[in-house]
Design a protein around this ligand. Structure first.
Ligand code: PEP
Ligand code: MG
Length: 748
């Protein structure tokens, strides 16, 4: 019996394929398909509904319903039984449709006389493209086998839709991947860019969803799975000492690669007439649908793993590697689910923009994108399924919005925005060599943050006074092995060469929390941001710190050197770190190496505790730099990585500004040089308020120097200070509204 069913289903698929091969228009093909399905299933009705826009389905072809209703009957997602299938992505199978929940009577189709209804979603990779429906007059429940056969047919329909087989008149049949789509993600690096899509991992194209000989396909599937298993085992052997997360992923891979259920379902699909790759994709699609429905993070991760594994299997089966032969466009905008920092650096500045489905503001990729000043939008859901290589795309890194295949009106508006930004850049260039001198004669020194050699050219272009923060961890993060002292020394030396006489503040390794080195055993900490990180690691396991200090001293080779330690929470930590520096200097002296002409050693103030450190600390430390990103997260107890709480507390909150003012006062009383190097220093309004609180050195991304300087030069700092003082006296929570009002009144 099973044999016969399989061959029935195969026969239907074979006919479908023949129908597709005929040289007919999209509509004729769809009509033929509904006819074939209805006759093969013995039902009076077979209809295909496809989405015409995000939430409207349209009847696109039917056998049995009133032909005049085609392209006329429409329903919203969730409306009627068809809409219910589309919304829930679940099959509706009922012998008594009129009594089923959600049934909607549509007189134009003459549908009331049909009592049995079976609708299955037409899905590709978890995305619902439409609904396939069969209906009959007699009251019957469609058997599990029939439903299953319909699912297989729906899968082939989805593939064909994707391949553009049904392109015809009307919105529902307009070519997929040609319509404009807007994605609302989050901003991880500001800036606007226009260009063309470059997929980091191009989608595998399945061009033969239907196969003639199941035996051949089963052998192909088994061979490919075997190859996959061997590959995963090799990866596991290679990663035996690797980090825990990676091992966990690989173990999950192995579990799936050996999963009997997974194999059984794919084999059954092949017996029903699918090709090996279509069977893999059908499973992948089901996993994606489940992925969108489960809330448990662990389960989602595992489904993600299964998705990755399916991709690998598809690549083995189709022979399609990452290399598709496509040429990278001249203005590439990278589209990926996620990307590692090393891969991103390989693309380097050739990219105009980056769009990720996942990622986080603090991820390594975001750090690199920021260092390269490439606009980055994260959480652009489903962009990898929608975008095709070469698609026209616009990235709004300020708003976190992406326009894929934008309409002319959007293009025009977006280009205006870019032109305005360019004009502003020109204005900034004209003040590049001028000081950030306020109208009331106070000068604020503006420095830039850096982390890569590639950042250094910006020193000249931005007009920065120097590098206020050189994050050394990027060099550690982008490698698979701990860098050697000689490599580091060479790099630091080149950084100093490039900076010429300008000061560069090197920050020693700041790892832990979100920054995990691939070659260090990760710590299983309940609260990594409050955990073993930065100087805590450096002091507990001083090997790397010592190596780095030596590399810095060698790089200076007699030139002035400035070094600061991250995340100093108490006086003692600074004393111990400084003692390491003194020892390193002493060792160099004994070895007869040149010592720095001057050596300035400071600390980052990133925890509120240091603001209350003993007076002696302030007297002893060479300088302080406020790491506002961390300081703010600890001041408000709001995780800087957590999108939900991150924006809840304003930097211009009166309590925070008052705290900063307290630090300024303490530093002034001991004449301790003070700067601020968190992201807020690069936001003009925030920078203005920081300056009004008494900060005279700000370090920021190079691109921010122009806008910050421009606003400072137009401002009267004592007036701004008065606005803040008044707001504080009034009991305002944030001074932002008052400052905005003041700035507006200045413009008027
Ligand atoms: C900060 O915390 O503000 C800072 C500059 O350091 P990072 O962002 O690298 O933690
Ligand atoms: Mg920090």
């Amino acid at each position: 019996m099973a044999e016969r069913r399989d061959s029935d289903s195969r026969m239907l698929l074979g006919r479908l394929r023949d129908a597709m091969a005929e040289d007919s228009a999209g509509q004729a093909r769809l009509n033929k398909i509904t006819h074939l399905i209805a006759s093969s299933m013995g039902t009076e009705v077979c209809s295909i509904y496809l989405f015409r826009d995000e939430d409207t389905l349209e009847l696109c072809a039917t056998e049995g319903l009133n032909p005049e209703a085609v392209h006329q009957t429409r329903m919203r997602i969730g409306e009627g039984l068809v809409g219910r299938v589309a919304r829930t992505k679940r099959i509706v199978n009922t012998a008594d449709a009129p009594s089923a929940k959600g049934f909607r009577y549509m007189p134009e189709t003459g549908e009331e006389i049909y009592s049995s209804f079976c609708g299955v979603p037409v899905q590709r990779l978890g995305e619902t493209l439409g609904v396939l429906v069969v209906q009959s007059k007699n009251k019957r429940d469609f058997s599990a086998d029939e439903v299953y056969a319909l699912e297989v047919v729906a899968m082939v329909l989805a593939e064909m839709t994707e391949l553009g087989a049904f392109v015809g008149e009307g919105a529902a049949l307009s070519a997929r991947h040609q319509q404009p789509v807007m994605f609302r993600g989050s901003s991880a690096q500001e800036g606007a860019a226009e260009g063309h899509v470059w997929l980091h991992e191009p989608r595998v194209v399945v061009s033969n969803p239907v196969a003639d000989d199941p035996e051949v396909e089963l052998t192909r599937l088994n061979d490919a799975v075997e190859q996959l298993r061997v590959g995963v085992d090799q990866m596991l052997a290679g990663a035996a000492n690797g980090d825990k997360d990676q091992l966990e992923v690989l173990e999950a891979f192995r579990m799936f690669a050996n999963s009997k259920g997974w194999m059984r379902r794919m084999e059954q699909d092949i017996r029903n007439g699918l090709s090996a790759e279509a069977a893999v994709e059908k499973e992948q699609s089901a996993a994606r649908t489940r992925m969108s429905q489960v809330t448990d993070a662990y389960l989602r991760d595992r489904l993600h793993d299964l998705d990755d594994l399916s991709n690998r299997l598809l690549r083995i089966l189709t022979g399609q590697g990452k290399e598709t032969g496509a040429d990278m466009p001249a203005d590439p905008i990278l589209v990926a689910r996620n990307i590692g920092p090393a891969e991103l650096l390989e693309y380097g500045r050739s990219l105009k923009g980056i769009i990720l489905e996942e990622g986080s503001v603090g991820s390594h990729a975001a750090i690199v994108a920021r260092a390269l000043a490439i606009p980055l939008v994260i959480h652009a859901e489903r962009i990898t399924t929608e975008a095709l290589n070469g698609d026209h795309v616009m990235v709004d890194g300020d708003q976190g919005i992406v326009h894929l295949r934008p309409e002319d009106s959007v293009v025009a508006a977006f280009r205006d925005k870019i032109a305005m930004a360019t004009q502003a850049q020109e204005r900034y260039a004209s003040i590049r060599d001028k000081p950030a001198l306020t109208r009331d004669g106070i000068e604020v020194k503006l420095y830039m943050n850096a982390g890569l050699m590639a950042d250094l050219p910006s020193l000249e272009g931005s007009g920065a006074e120097g590098v206020g923060l050189f994050r050394t961890e990027l060099q550690f993060l982008i490698r698979n092995q701990m860098p050697k002292r000689t490599e580091l020394a060479a790099l630091y030396s080149r950084v100093m060469d490039a900076a010429k006489d300008k000061r560069v503040v090197f920050r020693t390794l700041d790892i832990g929390s979100d920054k995990v080195l691939p070659y260090m055993t990760p710590q299983d900490e309940p609260n990594p941001a409050l955990g073993w990180r930065a100087i805590r690691v450096g002091l507990d396991k001083p090997g790397v710190l010592r190596m780095q200090l030596q590399a810095l001293l060698r790089a200076a080779n007699g030139r002035p050197l400035t070094v600061m330690f991250p995340f100093i929470a108490q006086y003692d930590e600074y004393r111990q770190a400084k003692a390491e520096m003194d020892k390193a200097v002493e060792r160099e002296r004994i070895l007869g190496h040149p010592l720095p002409e001057t050596l300035d050693v400071g600390a980052m103030l990133e925890t509120p505790s240091l603001g209350f450190a003993p007076q002696k600390f302030f007297e002893e430390v060479g300088f302080l730099s406020i790491g506002g990103n961390d300081l703010k997260q600890f001041f408000f107890a709001a995780d800087r990585e957590n999108e939900r709480v991150r924006r809840r507390y304003d930097t211009l909150n009166v309590s925070f500004l008052t705290f900063l003012e307290g630090i300024v006062n303490r530093c002034n009383s001991t004449r301790t040089p003070l700067s601020f190097c968190g992201e807020d220093a690069g936001r003009p309004i925030e920078a203005l308020c920081l300056a009004a609180m008494g900060l005279r050195n700000l370090s920021m991304r190079p691109a921010s120097i122009g806008p910050v300087k421009s606003l400072l030069r137009r401002s009267n700092l004592s007036e701004v200070r008065q606005v803040i003082v008044d707001a504080r006296e009034r009991g305002d929570q944030s001074v932002r509204p008052a400052i905005m009002d003041y700035l507006r009144s200045q413009q008027a």
